[in-house]
Ligand binder design. Structure first.
Ligand SMILES: Cc1cc2nc3c(=O)[nH]c(=O)nc-3n(C[C@H](O)[C@H](O)[C@H](O)COP(=O)(O)O)c2cc1C
Length: 372
């Protein structure tokens, strides 16, 4: 795919004192953007990676799972840890804990998650309804981060537009976030009621951008270079955050960056994706000691292989694999089975021509209780 419309929309971005090489941010996605996946996204050039949201109360009480969720590799720089919760005190202690341990360059506060269990604990997007607590949390986090002289760790916030279409408060909320001392805000252009469906209302991001001086990042259904360009033009935002579009095709980040420089997209075909899955599988194997996590990777294997030629049996086999070696073996067999067919190019090219039909729906969202 040759791109004759390069526009240099991707450029360096400063968040407080932290500089990103480019303004494409990998969205935090619970159950998806773990250490191995984030490394893959970094490989394709993501300007910033963010971990899955971490519960501040769990961190406060030193939960055993938190260090695994937070851990980053040396290649992940800059790196943001996203936290969520309701207790101001737990937010404060978590910020101190993260900075003391050098665990992140940026700390992001989640005020957008609509998952039932999160909202019912007065966290996530609930905080857009409870502005006073939201203000206290951001102020406390900024203050706690400022206690450390040596290293400035900016506090950022991720929000939605508001509760429903009748109560869109994002521009005003952004102003409050800025006044509390936060260094960036990401706006998912949907309300709580919209969950993950319905067309994003990008025009409100333009209003957020007008309301504040700190960088505003646009999020919601940005699935291609053309879409990123349109959204940035429409909103004047300082960057984009990409979520579901990277599921099963993380190279779209690389494609976006290439197309912005007038270069052709990577043109990934099935054999290329197989090579990538093998690398991803090795990272999963190396990172996790327990088998449960290969189980999490299985869902990614199904995203990677969606729409492949004659892949029904392959996908069945991938549902039962339990190690990187087994994954390699199943993929090699599949490749062998399609090799002799001498398929025309377009049958090996699944990525843009064959967009998954249910991509836009809430399917991925309900697959994960922490989804937002
Ligand atoms: C499976 C899943 C998990 C998610 N987990 C988080 C999360 O931990 N923190 C967060 O701020 N947003 C989370 N989100 C929301 C995304 O970051 C993003 O805001 C949303 O998917 C809209 O962007 P998109 O249309 O590019 O996917 C999640 C979304 C999905 C689909």
């Amino acid at each position: 795919m040759i791109n004759d419309m390069s526009a240099n929309i991707f450029r360096q971005l400063k968040i407080g004192s932290v500089r990103l090489d480019n303004n494409i941010i990998l969205a935090p996605m619970a159950g998806v953007t773990d250490y191995p996946f984030r490394l893959v996204a970094k490989l394709f050039g993501a300007g910033l990676t963010v971990c899955e949201m971490i519960n501040v109360t769990a961190m406060h009480f030193k939960s055993r799972t938190t260090p695994t969720l937070i851990r980053r590799s040396a290649a992940e720089k800059p790196y943001s840890v996203q936290i969520f919760g309701h207790s101001v005190e737990h937010f404060e202690s978590s910020v101190r804990n993260i900075i003391k341990n050098g665990a992140a360059d940026i700390i992001d506060i989640n005020m957008g998650c609509p998952a039932k269990n999160v909202v019912s604990s007065k966290s996530g997007v609930y905080l857009m309804k409870d502005r006073e607590t939201a203000r206290k949390i951001i102020t406390a986090c900024v203050r706690a981060a400022a206690e450390f002289d040596l290293k400035e760790v900016p506090i950022t916030v991720k929000i939605r537009l508001g509760w429903d279409k009748e109560s869109i408060i994002a521009p005003d909320f952004c102003k409050m976030i800025e006044d509390c001392g936060a260094s960036m805000v990401t706006v998912h252009a949907r309300t709580y009621s919209m969950q993950f469906s319905g067309l994003p209302l990008y025009e409100h991001i333009a209003r957020c951008k007008e309301a504040v001086k700190i960088p505003v990042i646009a999020n919601g259904d940005i699935v291609s270079y053309e879409k990123a360009r349109k959204v940035l033009e429409l909103t004047g935002a300082d960057g984009v955050m990409i979520g579901r579009a990277v599921m099963g095709r993380p190279w779209i980040i690389g494609d976006m960056l290439r197309m912005d420089r007038g270069l052709p997209a990577l043109d990934f075909k099935i054999p290329d994706v197989i090579k990538l899955i093998k690398i991803h599988g090795r990272l999963v194997d190396a990172f996790y000691s327990d088998n449960n996590r290969v189980e999490c990777f299985r869902k990614q294997l199904l995203w990677y292989t969606k729409g492949w030629y004659g892949s029904a049996q392959l996908r069945e086999s991938l549902k039962t694999v339990s190690s990187a070696d087994e994954i390699d073996c199943v993929l090699d067999k599949y490749l062998e089975s399609i090799h002799h067919l001498d398929l025309p190019e377009n049958r090996l090219f699944t990525i843009y021509e064959n967009e998954p039909k249910d991509f836009r729906g809430g399917k991925y969202a309900v697959a994960n209780t922490a989804a937002q």
